[in-house]
Write a protein that binds this ligand. Structure first.
Ligand SMILES: Nc1ncnc2c1ncn2[C@@H]1O[C@H](COP(=O)(O)OP(=O)(O)O)[C@@H](O)[C@H]1O
Ligand SMILES: [Mg+2]
Length: 381
């Protein structure tokens, strides 16, 4: 299209009044089933979504009444007659529309009187599972906005082009001279380094992990050894274990990561305090009988009898960060990432566990409540 044509069109459109869409076209493009019933519940109109809903064409439907399709004792008829008598909009959730030809469950029905048409009722029939799917999508979208969701998406998006780059460098390597090979090797190594970084980031994502019986004492032993040979070499680490503790139901590597983060924070807190007190970290395990924790907003009770705690005698958590302690990027350290506790919280939540914290100057304790391997299903949940 030439430039002149384009500008001519734009002049025309600017002069045109915005036209209201044809109401029938609008109704038929709505994804929600909409029907209009006459005074005898006869179908007067059905949009396309309603045709799909009932698996009947508009023409077939208008030859029928709703009573032909749904047993007369269905609560939908009560709703319709209430709309007529009260002349108001009424909605009902979770209705089941069951008949030999219709099997719809969990339908949200909304009925409104049709203006200027006595006895006529407009019904919308929304499949609640579609609403739930939408809900999930929205949660996913807001989750994607969170750091963890972003990390997962980024990791995924970076890994694909990266393997392309790596593969291309490898191909080049075979055909270039030794001087240039140095460069292709560099590309490969650096690509590997990015991949490792991204993999580490992906821990925040929703990758499924394997869970099984984990001996938490072995996990703690490993964390203690790592700590004492590195960042906590100068700090006394005391252990107070219940040797009969049953295995945790979880993922060993993730539990190492969780405890390493907690012990590292404890060591850093002790190191930062210039108090002359001897720094000490205490690792504790215990079995808590009959521990049941209510899950907010649900009937469920979590059975989390295993308690693992990391305590230190450092200066305590700064009061101002306490409310957002587990949020990403919350840190009181000059070069802190603020991601440690965010990761801990995420991994513990993935385990179906809980984390509690108590802190005051001289005593800070993080307590993990974890599920055990053999859930006794006889005690109900
Ligand atoms: N044991 C502890 N004692 C005192 N403060 C702590 C302790 N553990 C965590 N914190 C506080 O919580 C903040 C967030 O910790 P974290 O998420 O691991 O990030 P980072 O260690 O990178 O700062 C720390 O900066 C610190 O202020
Ligand atoms: Mg940390």
């Amino acid at each position: 299209m030439s430039g002149a044509m384009r500008s001519m069109f734009s002049v025309v459109t600017r002069r045109e009044q915005p036209k209201a869409p044809d109401p029938m076209a609008l109704l038929s493009s709505l994804p929600v089933p909409v029907v209009v019933l006459g005074p005898e519940n006869r179908f007067r109109y059905a949009n396309q979504a309603a045709e799909n809903f009932f698996s009947l064409s508009n023409a077939q439907l208008t030859a029928l009444s709703l009573n032909d399709l749904i047993p007369h004792d269905n609560p939908i008829f009560q709703l319709i007659s209430q709309v007529r008598t009260a002349d108001v909009t009424i909605s009902d959730h979770d209705l089941n529309l069951e008949s030999p030809r219709i099997h719809k469950h969990g339908i949200t029905v909304q009925g409104s009187p049709l203006q200027d048409e006595p006895g006529a009722v407009v019904l919308t029939l929304q499949d609640a599972s579609a609403v739930r799917a939408l809900d999930r999508q929205l949660t996913f979208r807001s989750a994607a906005r969170s750091v963890t969701g972003m990390a997962a998406i980024l990791a995924h998006e970076v890994n694909n082009p990266l393997s392309g780059i790596r593969g291309a460098a490898q191909l080049l390597e075979a055909s270039v001279g030794p001087a240039d090979q140095e460069l292709t090797v560099l590309i490969r190594d650096e690509a590997d380094r990015i991949r490792d970084l991204v993999d580490r980031m992906e821990i925040f994502g929703e990758k499924p992990v394997e869970r099984g019986a984990v001996n938490i004492h072995r996990v703690l032993e490993r964390v203690r050894r790592l700590a004492q040979s590195g960042f906590a070499a100068h700090i006394h680490v005391r252990e107070s274990y219940d040797p009969s503790l049953p295995p945790v139901f979880g993922n060993r590597d993730q539990l190492v990561q969780v405890l390493l983060n907690l012990v590292k924070n404890a060591a850093e807190a002790i190191t930062m305090s210039d108090a002359a007190t001897h720094g000490e970290i205490v690792l504790t395990t215990a079995y808590q009988h009959g521990m049941r924790l209510a899950v907010p907003g649900s009937q469920h009770r979590l059975h989390l009898p295993l308690v693992v705690s990391v305590r230190d005698n450092g200066p305590g958590i700064p009061e101002d960060i306490m409310p957002n302690l587990f949020d990403p990027f919350v840190s009181s350290k000059a070069s802190g990432s603020g991601l440690g506790l965010a990761l801990v919280a995420k991994l513990i939540a993935d385990h179906g566990g809980l984390i509690e914290v108590d802190s005051r100057p001289g005593r800070t304790e993080f307590r993990l409540h974890l599920p055990m391997m053999q859930e006794d299903s006889a005690d109900g949940n």
